[in-house]
Design a protein around this ligand. Structure first.
Ligand SMILES: *[C@@H]1O[C@H](CO)[C@@H](O)[C@H](O)[C@H]1NC(C)=O
Ligand SMILES: *[C@@H]1O[C@H](CO)[C@@H](O)[C@H](O)[C@H]1NC(C)=O
Ligand SMILES: *[C@@H]1O[C@H](CO)[C@@H](O)[C@H](O)[C@H]1NC(C)=O
Ligand SMILES: *[C@@H]1O[C@H](CO)[C@@H](O)[C@H](O)[C@H]1NC(C)=O
Length: 403
């Protein structure tokens, strides 16, 4: 296990009566549409954003609409909010950023129903594998479910907060998160080095046992990776150095971070495909965009907006776009192989929705003003906030799994 502090931010950051009747009516009206978006789930790559021409519903393409009946919870009804994402606690003055709803172009995204979610996962287990953004989503899920029930932390196998296992007793549902920001085995060569920028050795063909050794019995695996790949890394394959990214060693071949990223996903998917007893559904949660403006992440960059931008005003670009395209390509490959093995792979394609939400990050409201934190958090997402939509989307995908 590697020991790296968790909350340093940046590119290589280590790396969130009547109504009932109406909802029922909406659900009844929507029910016939469900098969439509089943068909279109792994829709073509849409970045930069284009409005889809097809008449089918793609829940991942749409716009944010102002919606007063939000948020679902607050920092009093959910006690599990990590300080760094508890924006209200630290005095974020504006609340409008919570009051938006994702509206797919050709259909509606139903509201999150905690009871429905819990019934779908009764007797099952779900693991978030990846970096702190995976945990950010898991906490959003816990907060959304807190309306019904709060889980017990009775089965964590370690004190380490990065490896939590929660148990929903009445639903026999296990929810876990596994810290594996690079997904593959990683060795920190310089534990006392600069926290944001130290050299790591990545064994690109060996899945990180922190998750791989635990995952075989899980029913749902939500996998993700991102910002950590921006950092300096030496890549190993078959136990030998094959190259590096930003290691500045003249004897080692320069490779891109995309090389490492592709291999890390390939190895992770391969691992899932090769585990004899694994019969779960794998979700790739696509790249979560960061929004540093007014400077780079480590040079005073921040994220002070209080509203979403319109579609097209911000896009995935540069490294983020290529990381996105890389992971989707590896996902498609795994999906094809999964078909042969009878394993489902699903794309939780949140990037388009999130790239227009520069207003959703903690910025400087993840700590007290007197705490000397110079770097703004424009990576994670405030809770409550737009990240709750990831779980609205997840719920719709789980409903499809039942068909
Ligand atoms: C919740 O947020 C309020 C401000 O809206 C703050 O005063 C309070 O301390 C916070 N409570 C917790 C438990 O985070
Ligand atoms: C709880 O779920 C597990 C699978 O996750 C299953 O093996 C077990 O039988 C279930 N227990 C009960 C009491 O339903
Ligand atoms: C790799 O790139 C760095 C920075 O551009 C350069 O200093 C170094 O010499 C290169 N290494 C090799 C082996 O080409
Ligand atoms: C805050 O951090 C900056 C940069 O790390 C440092 O120069 C400054 O002395 C610190 N201030 C306090 C009050 O600790």
């Amino acid at each position: 296990m590697i020991h790296v502090p968790e909350f340093h931010l940046g590119k290589n950051f280590l790396d969130n009566g009547m109504t009932k009747l109406l909802i029922t009516l909406v659900l009844i009206i929507l029910a016939p549409m469900i098969p439509l978006y089943i068909l279109n789930i792994s829709s073509p790559i849409w970045l930069p954003y284009k409005s889809s021409e097809s008449r089918k519903c793609d829940i991942f393409r749409g716009t944010w609409i102002s919606y007063h009946n939000m948020p679902y919870y607050n920092n009093a009804t959910c006690r599990e909010i990590f300080d760094q994402q508890n924006c209200m606690k630290f005095g974020r003055p504006d609340t409008d950023f919570m009051k938006w709803k994702w509206k797919p172009d050709k259909c509606e995204l139903p509201r999150f129903e905690a009871e429905q979610f819990l019934e779908l996962v009764r007797g099952k287990s779900m693991a978030f594998v990846g970096d702190s953004l995976g945990r950010n989503q898991m906490q959003s899920l816990q907060c959304l479910l807190a309306r019904v029930v709060y889980p017990e932390d009775i089965i964590s196998y370690t004190e380490d907060k990065r490896f939590k296992r929660w148990f929903y007793v009445n639903y026999n549902f296990t929810l876990a998160s596994s810290w594996a920001p690079h997904l593959v085995r990683t060795i920190d060569t310089d534990p006392n080095g600069p926290t944001n920028d130290r050299l790591l050795n990545l064994y690109l063909d060996e899945a990180d046992d922190a998750w791989a050794a635990q995952i075989e019995t899980y029913d749902y695996v939500i996998i993700s990776a991102g910002r950590w790949f921006y950092g300096p890394q030496v890549f190993y394959e078959n136990g030998k150095v094959v190259g590096c990214h930003r290691c500045l060693k003249s004897t080692i071949k320069n490779l891109t971070m995309f090389y490492g990223y592709r291999k890390a996903f390939r190895t992770s998917f391969k691992t899932l495909l090769s585990l004899a007893r694994f019969s779960g559904v794998t979700f790739l949660r696509t790249l979560s965009p960061a929004h540093f403006e007014n400077g780079e992440w480590n040079k005073g960059g921040n994220c002070v907006r209080t509203q979403p931008v319109s579609n097209g005003e911000m896009k995935l670009e540069g490294g983020d776009l290529e990381l996105y395209l890389t992971q989707v390509k590896e996902f498609r490959r795994a999906k094809r192989e999964g078909k042969r093995r009878g394993l489902d792979f699903r794309l939780l394609d949140i990037s388009a929705a999130m790239v227009v939400r520069p207003d959703g990050h903690p910025n400087h409201y993840g700590h007290w003003p007197h705490q000397n934190v110079t770097i703004a958090d424009c990576v994670h997402w405030c809770l409550p906030g737009p990240i709750d939509t990831w779980n609205e989307l997840l719920l719709q995908m789980l409903k499809r799994e039942r068909h």
